[in-house]
Structures are given as C-alpha cells and as structure tokens.
Design a protein around this ligand. Structure first.
Ligand SMILES: C[S@@+](CC[C@H](N)C(=O)[O-])C[C@H]1O[C@@H](n2cnc3c(N)ncnc32)[C@H](O)[C@@H]1O
Length: 205
C-alpha cells in the first residue's frame, strides 16, 4: 500500500464504495488524481478492482478495509480533497446508532487529512440519518457545513439507482479555505448511468 499512499495528496477517498461505480467514473475523468475506495466486503472490492484493471486506471485503487481502521493508520502526508460517503448503512434502530459512520469521533479522525479546501460529501436516502449527519457535522467545532451543498461529480451508484429520493450535504474544515465554486451541478436527473460520466461541476442547489 505504500506506493499508493505516497502519491495520495489531493486524493479522493470513497468510504463504502460498494461495486465502485462512482469512484471508477471519477477516476476515469480525473486520471491525475489518486482515488482510493474502501469496502469491508471482499466480493465488492474485487468487482470494483476489476473495473479499474479493465480500464487500466493506474490512479484507482480499491482496498478491503474497515474505514476507521484504515484512516487510523494513514501516514500524515496523505491528504484528501474529497471524502465521499454515498448511501452508507443507516443503522435505523436507536440502539445501533452508535454504529453509524458519521460520529464526532469520525470527524475528528478525518480532519487532519483534509486539504484546506477539502470536502466531506454525504448522501443518503434515509431521512433520519441525514438529519443525524447534518446535526453532528453542523455542531462540530472543526467543521463547517456548506450552504449550498458542493458536489464534485455525479455518477449513479448501485444503491442510488434503487432509491426514489436522497439528500446530500457537504462540509469543509472550519479553518480551511473557501473555494470559489462558480459552476453548478446539474439536476440529479442528469446523473450518468453506470459511469463514463462527464465531469459535472458543483452547483448551488
Ligand atoms: C448501502 S451500501 C452502499 C454502497 C455504495 N456506496 C452505493 O451507493 O451503491 C454500504 C457499503 O458500505 C460498506 N461498509 C459498511 N461499513 C463500512 C466500513 N466501516 N468501512 C468500509 N466500508 C463499509 C458496505 O460493505 C457496503 O458495501
């Protein structure tokens, strides 16, 4: 993993990448950017890696790893412009809420690895989880919610294709720089199907 991480500055991390559709499309459109996808299910990682291999995407790496454990051992030189969390497990039962990825401790953990203009992007179809994430991120002293939401790129994920609605948010580090996102994302209906998406710049929603 060392050679991958040595080039991981201004990188993109997708946590819970599933079958890798979003990150494969992003890496295709951004060949100079190191893209790392994590998932805990071996079969999903293998399917994702097959996409990278078939397309000869040397900038795209899928790793079977639990997100917190992976981030905890990252070298300090690693930095992310984007951390993407797309349709994470919502853990709807109250007694399982502590298993949700978005927690104050998670925000503390990723904070040092963000570039000054870096963004955490979160999308879910689960309204209670969306409110939970908005509250936790909005109340965290080291993070600042974007208003409006900033999104780097659209490509429909496997779970997104099954949902009739979803909500998105983005946040930057509180002491980071404000990026001038002058262009806007298209409507979600313009999402590409299964990749090879053109880069769709962020929009004010
Ligand atoms: C609901 S699926 C969404 C997959 C994909 N993002 C999509 O939108 O199609 C959530 C994914 O997160 C993975 N996952 C759950 N907890 C994880 C963790 N702690 N670290 C890494 N991946 C995790 C699961 O294995 C699963 O593939």
């Amino acid at each position: 993993m060392d050679p991958i991480l040595s080039t991981a500055q201004h990188a993109v991390l997708e946590i819970g990448c599933g079958h890798g559709h979003w990150l494969t499309a992003y890496a295709t459109a951004h060949p100079a950017t190191t893209c790392i996808g994590l998932d805990i299910i071996s079969q999903r990682v293998a399917k994702s890696q097959l996409k990278a291999t078939k397309r000869q995407l040397n900038n795209l790496h899928f790793i079977k790893a639990e997100a917190i454990e992976f981030i905890e051992i990252l070298p300090p030189s690693v930095s992310f412009d984007w951390i993407m969390v797309l349709f994470p497990d919502p853990w709807p039962k109250k007694r399982h809420h502590r298993r949700r990825l978005i927690q104050p401790s998670f925000l503390d953990l990723i904070h040092p690895f963000m570039t000054p203009e870096g963004k955490l992007c979160f999308r879910t179809d689960d309204d209670p989880y969306f409110s939970w994430a908005r509250d936790i991120i909005g109340n965290h002293p080291k993070w600042r919610m974007d208003e409006p939401t900033i999104w780097p790129f659209e490509c429909e994920t496997l779970f997104q294709a099954m949902m009739d609605h979803w909500q998105s948010l983005s946040a930057g580090i509180a002491d980071g720089s404000q990026t001038d996102f002058s262009q806007v994302l298209r409507h979600p209906a313009d999402n590409c199907k299964w990749c090879n998406a053109p880069d769709i710049p962020p929009r004010k929603t």
